[in-house]
Design a protein around this ligand. Structure first.
Ligand SMILES: C=C(O[C@H]1C=CC=C(C(=O)O)[C@@H]1O)C(=O)O
Length: 446
């Protein structure tokens, strides 16, 4: 299942797709029994998807990558041989993501991660509140109903949905930084100077850690721990080639399109959690009332509305509120709209929002490139899924890390505006590493 035997380029071949119901299974149970997935997606109030192997893999480079993926995937979907009464939740879905920058190199730690990579899984297991379905997709010269039926039988034989206990956290042996505190101070000071000089209004600067674990990384354990601590976040894991896995639990929905309904939102400005309910409320009150936080947030909300204007109508902004997560609290403004555009067109219009890039976008991207000393790769970029109708959900790959064996590289950043304080931003970034580090560090309880 780990190989890419089924890999085919989108061409005139048929996509054969069949679905059977299987016993109810939790995502972690599935991952522990079926082996190494190529893709995993689990969103709040959405089906979870675990994919093995690739019936089709689509990759693309350069600024046209969004359209290139959409077109190649549409060819595959148009060729589909799938019974009309097959359950909708189990429909074939491409799952994958994009690099943050157009000119992504895909080298070093990001070896195997192109500028865009999506997989239509050979074996796709979808779980909803209604049940679990196994879909087998095959495409190319050897794809037939008979080969699909054979795979269904062999996966069913191995299918053991029982929950397995989560292992002990592996423990951290060593942690190195891409950016020292002194370098960060200089970077933030230089960025605020450029902002005050009028070159730009906001930029999101990031950094990374190089963590060495005592024992090898376990994806089922990592995703289960993240799911327990961050149930309202989008959990994902992507392994476009054999090698490293990019995974995380992102609080930020880039966009969902369901029929013509579009859901997005602005998530920006951060404080920590208080030690007591009173301290927590004071922090939340500060987040709501501070002019600095409001500005940092409002530029994001306003820009998202502008970005949507070209691809959607009936853009409506909900009420700004505080969204509390296990380790941080953010300002959040829901935004809804209506659109006939494919979800990938919406992703293209929205990426990068100023919650991960800045404003104006080009100036912010220039400052990011000139300032950061590590490769963002797929961090802070769109990850998610789409289907034949152009529906789908994409999250912004935050609270994320690249993991391979005992090596893990978590990423985190912070929005910088004119009055940002480098030390406060440093503390904020350390809080944003917590979701990933908590998966690996051994606390006193262990
Ligand atoms: C860039 C990150 O968070 C973004 C999302 C929410 C709040 C943010 C902030 O307050 O700076 C960031 O814009 C990250 O988690 O690495």
């Amino acid at each position: 299942m780990d190989s890419r035997e089924g890999v085919a380029r989108a061409d005139s071949a048929t996509l054969v797709s069949r679905t059977v119901r299987v016993p109810d299974a939790s995502l972690s149970g599935l991952l522990r029994t079926l082996g190494k997935p190529t893709v995993v997606w689990a969103g709040p109030s959405e089906p979870s998807v675990a994919g093995y192997g690739a019936a089709v893999q689509v990759t693309a480079d350069g600024p046209d990558r969004f359209a290139a993926v959409r077109e190649r995937a549409s060819e595959v979907f148009e060729s589909a041989d799938r019974p009309a009464d097959a359950p909708a939740a189990a429909r074939p879905r491409f799952v994958g993501g994009f690099a943050f920058h157009d000119g992504h190199a895909g080298t070093g730690p990001w070896d195997g991660f192109p500028t865009a990579a999506f997989v239509l899984p050979h074996v796709q297991v979808v779980t909803t509140s209604e049940g679990t379905w196994l879909t087998v997709n095959a495409h190319g010269a050897n794809a037939s109903e008979a080969t699909v039926a054979e795979t269904i039988t062999s996966v069913r034989e191995r299918f053991d949905p029982d929950e397995r206990p989560v292992g002990r956290p592996p423990g951290v042996v060593e942690t190195a930084r891409t950016t020292s505190r002194a370098e960060w101070r200089e970077q933030v000071a230089a960025a605020t100077e450029r902002i005050r000089a009028g070159e730009l209004e906001k930029v999101v600067l990031a950094q990374a850690l190089d963590v060495t674990l005592a024992d090898a990384f376990s994806l089922p354990d990592a995703l289960q721990r993240l799911g327990d601590a961050y149930p309202s976040c989008f959990r994902f894991a992507l392994r476009p080639a054999d090698g490293a896995t990019f995974f995380g639990a992102s609080p930020e929905r880039l966009v969902t399109r369901e029929d013509a309904d579009v859901r997005t939102g602005a998530l920006a400005a951060t404080v920590g959690r208080g030690e007591t309910p009173d301290a927590d409320r004071r922090l939340a009150a500060d987040l709501r009332s501070s002019a600095k936080y409001r500005h940092e947030h409002e530029v994001v909300a306003e820009r998202i509305r502008e970005q949507l204007a070209d691809v959607a109508t009936a853009v409506e902004t909900g009420e700004r509120r505080v969204r509390a997560l296990e380790t941080v609290q953010h300002l959040f403004t829901p935004i809804a709209a209506s659109s006939d555009a494919h979800v990938l067109d919406l992703v293209e219009a929205l990426h990068p929002t100023p919650a991960v890039g800045g404003l104006p976008p080009d100036a912010a991207l220039r400052v990011i490139r000139e300032t950061e000393t590590f490769d963002r790769g797929w961090y802070a970029a769109p990850v998610g899924w789409f289907d034949a109708a152009g529906d789908g959900t994409f999250a912004v790959a935050l609270r994320s890390a690249l993991a391979d064996g005992t090596r893990v590289r978590p990423f985190a950043g912070a929005g910088i505006v004119a009055d940002s304080d480098p030390d406060a931003e440093w503390e904020e970034v350390q809080l944003k590493y917590r979701p990933i580090l908590d998966v690996f560090e051994r606390g006193e309880r262990e």
